[in-house]
Design a protein around this ligand. Structure first.
Ligand code: ATP
Ligand code: MG
Length: 424
């Protein structure tokens, strides 16, 4: 294990969450090892402010739970403990060990015939824990007491070289957990790092393994990929590596084939990234409406060719596209409803019927539908002057825009507990 001393300006102690330091100190008072680990250390070294803090320790989940008043063990496939400290939640994980180690219990470790890890609760040492993390840059341990970093995998060299590198044999690591491929693309886009050659080459072999991942986990990953302010570069990388198919195969193949769809979707992502960077609210519903629009339009066109009326065609196609997509990523209904509303407004906005203008302006999805319409017009689709028309109407009746009261089927969004959805 190599220790690299903290250089004065790499980690700014003020960027370290005091709650995470308290958790580390408390575990150590009970004679356990404890470090801040993973993405927080990576972001601290890069000079950023981590969004959450994970702690790794040799204490077992039940031992951690016994030490903290407000602690909950969560997860089955991958148990972790959430320790609450004021409004902060610190995720505390026990060091994981290799699965083939002697004496690993069947109930603790499970692997599918293809090598996919189904359960990962085999505990180990810090060195073993580092080796089973996904990327070298995510496998550094920060000791906030001595202010040193433990870096046996040499993640700091890859940070300096701006490289995303999977730890160990990439193909084996992707087989254990194919979501690691999406993580490679996500971090490469977010950090603007290059992908190391072998890490990149194995993706081609393994991309289809993402079909084994449960759809709810892929939807969680979708949110991380596209809602964090780097959606556009992430999308381009996913396309480049044939990884978008794992989330939405039908839309992905149309985006790959037709430049106007690629333009529409990349512009939607780019606009959302700007909103995130400006701290404005963003909704997954709009992104999904744009991302899946190619599939929706393609299917609706086919239905119209078969004689269906345009509004009905969009309605039926909407149902089909959502159902098909949910086989890959499970879109919760609180998002799929608005997606379909945004789609169904498209032909109605295109018609510009004078009697309907005020109702359409008042529709609570008007803004999102109008934004999609603009993206379509720019892509370009032949929608002559449509943007100007609706711009003028909004200027004429600004108080109406989105003013309609919620409908009876509008359920308030349910609060979800943060879910830990990952393999080792
Ligand atoms: P961020 O939270 O900024 O998205 P992160 O690196 O903290 O990035 P998390 O998903 O919070 O990502 O995971 C915490 C750490 O757990 C990672 O840094 C990595 O060390 C490890 N990890 C996460 N997912 C995997 C995985 N699929 N395989 C192996 N290790 C993983
Ligand atoms: Mg994290």
């Amino acid at each position: 294990m190599s220790r690299i001393a903290k250089t004065p300006n790499t980690i700014n102690r003020h960027h370290v969450n005091p709650a995470a330091i308290r958790v580390v100190e408390h575990l150590r008072r009970a004679d356990f090892e404890a470090y801040i680990v993973g993405g927080a250390v990576r972001d601290l070294i890069l000079g950023g402010q981590p969004k959450d803090f994970d702690v790794a320790t040799n204490a077992k989940p039940e031992e951690i739970k016994a030490l903290f008043r407000r602690a909950r063990v969560i997860g089955r496939r991958f148990q972790i403990v959430h320790v609450r400290d004021g409004k902060d939640i610190i995720e505390v994980t026990t060091y994981r060990g290799p699965h083939d180690s002697d004496g690993s219990l069947k109930s603790a470790s499970q692997q599918s015939a293809q090598g996919l890890l189904l359960r990962d609760n085999v505990y180990g040492t810090l060195e073993q824990d580092a080796a089973r993390r996904d990327l070298t840059i995510n496998a550094m341990y920060y000791d906030p007491v001595s202010e040193t970093i433990l870096d046996q995998i040499d993640g700091s060299s890859d940070i300096a070289a701006r490289l995303i590198r999977v730890i160990g044999d990439p193909e084996k690591r992707y087989r254990e957990d194919p979501v690691r491929m999406l993580r490679v693309a996500r971090f490469a886009a977010k950090l603007q790092f290059d992908i190391e050659t072998k890490t990149e080459a194995a993706i081609g072999e393994c991309a289809t393994l993402l079909g084994e991942i449960p759809p709810p986990r892929l939807f969680d990953e979708f949110l991380k990929l596209f809602m964090a302010g780097h959606g556009k570069p992430t999308l381009l990388l996913l396309l480049h590596h044939g990884l978008l198919d794992s989330l939405c195969p039908e839309a992905a193949s149309l985006i790959e084939r037709e430049p106007r769809y690629k333009a529409l979707v990349t512009n939607a992502m780019g606009n959302t990234d700007l909103r995130v960077q400006e701290g404005r609210p963003v909704t997954p519903a709009f992104l999904l409406a744009a991302l899946l629009w190619p599939a929706l339009q393609n299917r609706a066109n086919t239905l119209v060719d078969q004689g269906e009326a345009p509004l009905q065609a969009i309605h039926s196609a909407g149902q089909q596209v959502i159902a098909e997509t949910c086989l890959h990523m499970a879109i919760p209904r609180r998002f799929s409803f608005p997606v379909r509303e945004i789609w169904e407004l498209q032909p109605r906005l295109e018609r510009k019927q004078p009697r309907k203008i005020k109702d359409l302006l008042a529709n609570r999805r008007f803004r999102a539908a109008y934004d999609l319409l603009l993206l379509r017009a720019d892509s370009p689709e032949p929608l002559d002057g449509i943007g100007d028309f609706w711009e003028q109407q909004q200027q004429k009746y600004p108080e109406l825009v989105g003013s309609a009261p919620p409908q009876p089927d509008d359920r308030p969004p349910r609060r979800r507990r943060p879910r830990r959805n990952r393999n080792p």
